[in-house]
Ligand binder design. Structure first.
Ligand code: 4AZ
Length: 256
């Protein structure tokens, strides 16, 4: 997060940190949002292999309730990955990330899902047809870079407020209608000082509606970070409610 503030994990209890083991070391990969005790919503591009070869789920770990990236404490819960379901139509061929959504089923080594606590809880999905208007304030959070040119990720969970941008402006003023589709929603800071950045991918953009926080966007892409006239682009979660439903239920039914 560029231009953010340190966040207590209690204020973002749905935030997930996805790690992968590379040559015996755990590397931070992406953010995510806990939408069910057993399921984390994230971005498909986190698991994208250029070869299209299926990824090996055993290299991933998911943390919930995590305040500090490389410090383990007793507030956090750690999981292995049971299943990764990436959207079948994910593509980055357009220059953006189209259908950039994935679901990760988590379980502990003893087979349990997440346990609700002060530090860990699910976030609501938006209701069908919810269309929030331009300038709605939403919140992004993650462990990603605090500047595009930083080498390291943020060591602590950060959050920031961004404003929703109209489809028209995003497509015709800031990007183009090849890269930005109706399956995306753009958000930024009027002064271009605040944005998601590398490592925040997959993480939540939550917006309040009728007094409830809902995950309206998934950090997906953008030209740089906090660059003038280049807002962050998020997967528009309302477009995928059916896909989320059938993906979660299909697997539950199969495993029964
Ligand atoms: C990335 O590379 C990335 N400013 C994520 C978000 C944004 C740009 C890049 C949005 O993961």
């Amino acid at each position: 997060i560029v231009g953010g503030r340190q966040a207590e994990v209690e204020s973002q209890p749905w935030i997930a940190g996805i790690f992968q083991t590379v040559r015996g070391r755990d590397q931070f990969l992406c953010g995510g949002s806990l939408i069910d005790p057993c399921w984390v919503l994230t971005a498909a591009h986190c698991f994208h292999t250029p070869s299209g070869r299926p990824i090996n789920k055993s290299i991933y770990k998911v943390f919930l309730g995590k305040s500090i990236l490389n410090v383990t404490d007793d507030k956090e819960q750690v999981f292995i990955v049971d299943e990764i379901i990436s959207h079948p139509d994910f593509t980055d061929d357009t220059g953006g990330n189209e259908n950039d959504i994935a679901l990760v089923r988590i379980k502990t080594t003893s087979g349990q899902c997440a346990v609700e606590s002060k530090y860990v809880r699910t976030v609501c999905l938006p209701e069908r047809n919810l269309y929030l208007k331009e300038n709605t304030h939403c919140e992004i959070a993650g462990y990603g870079k605090q500047d595009f040119y930083d080498i390291f990720y943020a060591q602590r969970l950060m959050s920031a407020t961004v404003n929703l941008i109209s489809q028209r402006k995003c497509k015709y003023e800031y990007y183009d209608n090849i890269r930005v589709t109706d399956n995306m929603v753009c958000a930024g800071d009027p002064a271009w000082q605040i944005d998601a950045c590398k490592g925040d991918s997959g993480g939540p953009m939550v917006c309040e509606h009728n007094g409830r926080m809902m995950v309206y966007g998934i950090v997906s892409w953008g030209d740089g970070c906090a660059k003038e006239n280049k807002p962050g682009v998020y997967t528009r979660v309302t477009q995928y409610l059916n896909w989320i439903d059938t993906s979660m239920n299909g697997l539950t039914a199969k495993s029964r």
